[in-house]
Design a binder for this molecule. Structure first.
Ligand code: SF4
Length: 340
């Protein structure tokens, strides 16, 4: 197994809730609450979960948009959760890029495609003359299968798919090794989604890119990801390679998500977990239930679940789950007490 490109150790991002005239802290939003995983070079690591699960906050913390409350993010030998380390190595920021969900709002409507793509090239001093910038921008547009003439267009003149190709070209401008794809196709027409996914996979192969792919679309995840992590209320409920997660889901929450995927054949229907009726809504991360945070919705909850938060454990070292139903997930002192 190769050295990880990125390693996240026990990452925490909490937001204080303030109220009153003196803006006293009255609570905390536990958006990301002790998440650990690593990414190998060239892989697509999928992150799934419902709205409010903490996926986007996790991505923004990796990108430096939020300062981590605790934990470490190791990238090429530096802990980039430390803002000082991040500032000391500005070259690292050019290696980590992002493509957002909605290209309509991520592109400045007052800038031409050329002006948009020129910004990262100038900021990172990758071009020095006007002519060099024009040639590089034409190359970037060719890479995302757009004609060079598009550099003179404003976003309003482009379709949704073309705008997303420009956003991908902007992410590629700094020749990154790692790209966060935050729901990159969910704002696009279905007919365009497949073409953008095909482009992203082709770019990954040609440029040896590593992706963190965030989506709530499990069908899409099954087709693009090499490994998948399922997030619930700021924590990873389950992490496994894609075949294991879809073929043998362990966590009740994963089974609930998978049971809701639409299928097109009886064979697929037979492979799905039995339908698990979701109980209630995802609670707010400002009011995380005690013990296992999934317990108010879990059809398998038992006595220990509302009292004790399970820990992540794995029987084979690869398929990780966080649920008291599995060996190693109940903290040792609790398991011992229950036996005596
Ligand atoms: Fe359900 Fe208990 Fe497992 Fe949580 S720990 S997912 S409540 S069985």
């Amino acid at each position: 197994m190769s050295e990880p490109l990125l390693r996240v150790d026990n990452l925490v991002k909490h937001f204080p809730i303030r109220a009153g005239f003196l803006m006293r802290q009255v609570g905390v939003v536990r958006a990301v609450d002790g998440v650990s995983f690593s990414l190998s070079p060239g892989e697509t690591f999928g992150l799934v979960g419902e709205s409010g699960s903490g996926k986007t906050t996790l991505a923004m913390t990796l990108l430096g948009g939020y300062r981590a409350t605790a934990g470490e993010i190791w990238f090429r030998g530096d802990n980039i959760a430390d803002p000082v380390a991040r500032r000391r190595r500005p070259a690292l920021t050019k290696e980590i890029q992002v493509v957002f969900q909605d290209p309509g709002s991520s592109l400045n409507p007052r800038r031409t495609v050329r002006q948009t793509l020129e910004v990262p090239l100038r900021v990172h001093r990758l071009v020095s003359t006007h002519g060099e910038a024009a040639r590089q921008i034409a190359r970037l547009l060719e890479t995302v299968e757009l004609p060079a003439e598009f550099m003179h267009a404003f976003p309003a003149a482009l379709s949704g798919g073309q705008k997303q190709r420009v956003a991908i070209a902007r992410a590629l401008a700094t020749e990154p090794s790692f790209i966060v794809l935050d729901e990159p196709t969910s704002a696009l027409d279905v007919s365009v989604q497949g073409k953008i996914i095909a482009l992203l996979l082709d770019l990954q192969r040609r440029l040896n890119l590593t992706y963190l792919f965030i989506t709530h679309d499990l069908s899409l995840m099954r087709n693009v990801a090499t490994r998948v992590a399922v997030m619930y209320l700021g924590k990873l409920a389950e992490l496994a390679d894609t075949a294991s997660l879809f073929g043998n889901p362990l966590h009740p929450y994963t089974r609930m998500l998978l049971s809701a995927i639409p299928v097109v054949s009886e064979a697929e229907e037979r492979l799905k977990p039995r339908w698990v009726v979701p109980r209630g809504e995802t609670p707010s991360p400002a009011r995380v239930p005690p013990g296992c945070s999934f317990h108010p919705r879990c059809p398998d909850a038992f006595a220990v679940c509302p009292r004790i938060d399970p820990v992540a454990a794995s029987a084979d070292g690869r398929h990780v789950v966080r649920c008291h139903l599995y060996p190693g997930c109940t903290p040792a002192e609790v398991a011992d007490a229950a036996r005596t």
